[in-house]
Design a protein around this ligand. Sequence first.
Ligand SMILES: Cc1cc2nc3c(=O)[nH]c(=O)nc-3n(C[C@H](O)[C@H](O)[C@H](O)COP(=O)(O)OP(=O)(O)OC[C@H]3O[C@@H](n4cnc5c(N)ncnc54)[C@H](O)[C@@H]3O)c2cc1C
Length: 396
Amino acid sequence: MDLNFSPEDEAFRKEVRAFIAEAKEKLPRNLGAPEGATRTKEDYLAWHKLLYKKGWVAPIWPRQYGGPGWNVTQRYIFNEETAAADMPTTLPFGLSMVGPVIFNYGNDEQKQKYLPRILSGEDWWCQGYSEPGAGSDLANLRTRAVREGDHYIVNGQKTWTTLAQFADMIFCLVRTNPDVKPQEGITFLLIPMNTPGITVRPIIVLDGAQEVNDVFFDNVKVPVANRIGEENKGWTYAKFLLVNERSGIAGVARSKRATERLKEIAHKEMVDGKALIETDEFARKVAELEVDLAALEFTELRTLAQEARGQMAGPESSILKIRGTEIQQRITELTVEAIGYYAMPDQHNLGNNEYPVGPDYAVGEAGHYFNVRKTSIYGGSNEIQRNIIAKAVLGL
Ligand SMILES: Cc1cc2nc3c(=O)[nH]c(=O)nc-3n(C[C@H](O)[C@H](O)[C@H](O)COP(=O)(O)OP(=O)(O)OC[C@H]3O[C@@H](n4cnc5c(N)ncnc54)[C@H](O)[C@@H]3O)c2cc1C
């Protein structure tokens, strides 16, 4: 899609491109292409640290807390360029989830203590929202925090906790009052992962990776000073975070890049002596995908324009989440379809003496296909997003 950019915007784009070109040389390996199951903590943090040094690691943070002070267009350009260059993504848990909660609702001491460590990558955060009985029905959470003097004693279990095995800190929703409406008895706590009584147990997912975990709390002592805002008001902060989480999942720029890659593959794959992209059936599927992606991009641009006028995204973020994740899944389905048999073997974790079968672009595709199934579930499942739209947007 062609948009009109000012000369300043174009100068900024050049600066981003130059930075990316330099950064590519410094990254340990190609970390941007379909996410592998074998990333280490250092891999995840390599790009984060380069961005931190440049002052660009937290695009959505206000300048006073260490953000780059970009306007909406600059953020759009940055996302476009990093996605087009296959740069990795930064992890959202500190930068887009708990960071904004801390600078919006935390006290000065919390801002000074945690924000610089999120920026530098010193503290890796994970998200302790979901529980075995509280996913879609999040307000039903049961992890209990009982106040004893200047501490809370926390007992319970969180689940699906992404990359908790690397985390230094977890932000947790806990129940502080079981006798009121569920939403009114929840508190938002910041808990160091090395506190005695915390156990992390891996959950191995379809692509073979340890991407998620169970986290158990057994009489974990958390200072009251680690509470965000007021006791029993955690639901307000939790919902604010979820809107940011959902907007971030849409991933339009990355889907544009993935569609380009799909088309490159479909040019190389042959059917009866003809490039796959030239067959009517496949060309139609790609065209439909591109139309839907362009429509999603317009929707995203509308929300960005709204943001530029000072209005924060609301329940519309659910629309972006649903369409964004559906499109991500369609791209992986079409990519697997294009590659055919060679997309079937799970080649994400080849040992030293093993060689991949098929073309280079087939490697990791099976794992990636499975991995992307998660996107319609996390951040609140797409069914739940439809309920939100029905109630909050359409007023049904
Ligand atoms: C890969 C991955 C990573 C995750 N990472 C994190 C994390 O880091 N931290 C964290 O806190 N959580 C995380 N989650 C959890 C995620 O937020 C939940 O899985 C999600 O909210 C759904 O909850 P559930 O799994 O309990 O499913 P359930 O709530 O049990 O839902 C099961 C099915 O029923 C449907 N359903 C439920 N209620 C309704 C309804 N009212 N109307 C229509 N349909 C309904 C759902 O859409 C779903 O299809 C992660 C999940 C995944 C898959």
